[in-house]
Write a protein that binds this ligand. Structure first.
Ligand code: NAD
Length: 262
């Protein structure tokens, strides 16, 4: 596994495994498989209702806790301290590697202060945001004691967040791509430009998209419940895209929102 260094010095794997829409009952099995494949970053959220499954898998895997990076996200701006404690209990761990505010909820600066305290008390190692843009993002950055380490946002080849990525770079905040395949919307897996590039490298379109993010300094957290696809999505560290192929994929950008959420 390769790692990226966050703006607080902590190392985070450059590729993770996302568990959105996996029922809690199936999560343990999926995360155990992902860990077997080699994933060391697991992306969950309170809202997904599967933190316990993630915790069960990590425990059952026998892998030392400090070799696994757990990200979870707050589902509310009420009782934040209690929510953090609940995540610790469900994940069956003494600390969360990365805690994000899942979306703009209002009172975000007050939530951020509680998250900063959780860093000081050791319950959380790094804090960040998700789906924060524009003034909501600026408000945290301008007033933070601890700058956001990560902003997890919708990011795929059709929405490359070109200008926002530059803003994130100013604070060395890592752009983390949710829905790196756009959940397959807009024919992303069969995009002819990506398919042509894939054939020249002997790789799949999924692997080309993930390699493109990797080479752009973006952390992606693809999801699949199928082990063969987990393996496929992990098998991206043995090749590099040439500059003209990077450029061809950059040109696919339409800053297009595929979900209508943020
Ligand atoms: P994704 O783009 O990762 O797409 C996942 C889907 O793509 C799978 O369900 C499967 O159908 C397909 N797929 C995966 N690998 C494939 C392959 N190699 N070949 C063909 N098809 C393949 O979408 P996602 O699950 O929405 O996003 C990934 C993760 O990002 C989530 O699991 C979650 O952890 C996170 N996320 C966060 C937010 C947020 O608001 N912060 C929102 C959505 C997702």
């Amino acid at each position: 596994m390769e790692y990226i260094t966050l703006n607080n010095g902590i190392k985070m794997p450059v590729l993770g495994y996302g568990v959105y829409q996996i029922p809690n009952t199936q999560t343990k099995e999926c995360v155990l498989e992902a860990l077997e494949v080699g994933y060391r970053l697991i992306d969950t959220a309170q809202y997904y209702g599967n933190e316990r499954g993630v915790g069960d898998a990590i425990k059952a895997s026998g892998i030392p806790r400090d070799e696994i990076f757990i990200t979870t996200k707050l589902k509310s701006n009420h009782n934040v301290e209690r929510l953090i404690n609940q995540s610790l209990s469900d994940l069956q761990t003494d600390y969360i590697d990365l805690l994000l505010i899942h979306w703009v909820m209002g009172n975000d600066l007050a939530t951020w202060r509680i998250m900063e305290n959780a860093v000081h008390s050791g319950k959380v190692h790094a804090i960040g945001l998700s789906n924060f843009y524009g003034s909501a993002y600026d408000n945290i950055v301008k007033n933070a004691e601890i700058l956001p380490a990560v902003n997890q946002i919708e990011h795929h080849v059709l929405r490359q967040n070109k200008s926002f990525h530059k803003i994130l770079d100013k604070t060395e905040t890592i752009l983390e791509a949710w829905a790196p395949f756009g959940e397959g919307k807009a024919g992303l897996f069969t995009n002819p430009v990506i398919a042509k590039i894939a054939s020249t490298y002997g790789k799949t379109t999924a692997q080309i998209m993930l390699c493109f993010y990797l080479q752009s300094g973006i952390v992606a957290i693809p999801k699949s419940i199928h082990k063969a696809r987990m393996i496929e999505n992990f098998d991206i560290f043995d090749f590099k895209l040439a500059e003209d192929d990077m450029k061809a994929i950059e040109e696919l950008n339409q800053e297009r929102d595929l979900f209508g959420w943020y």
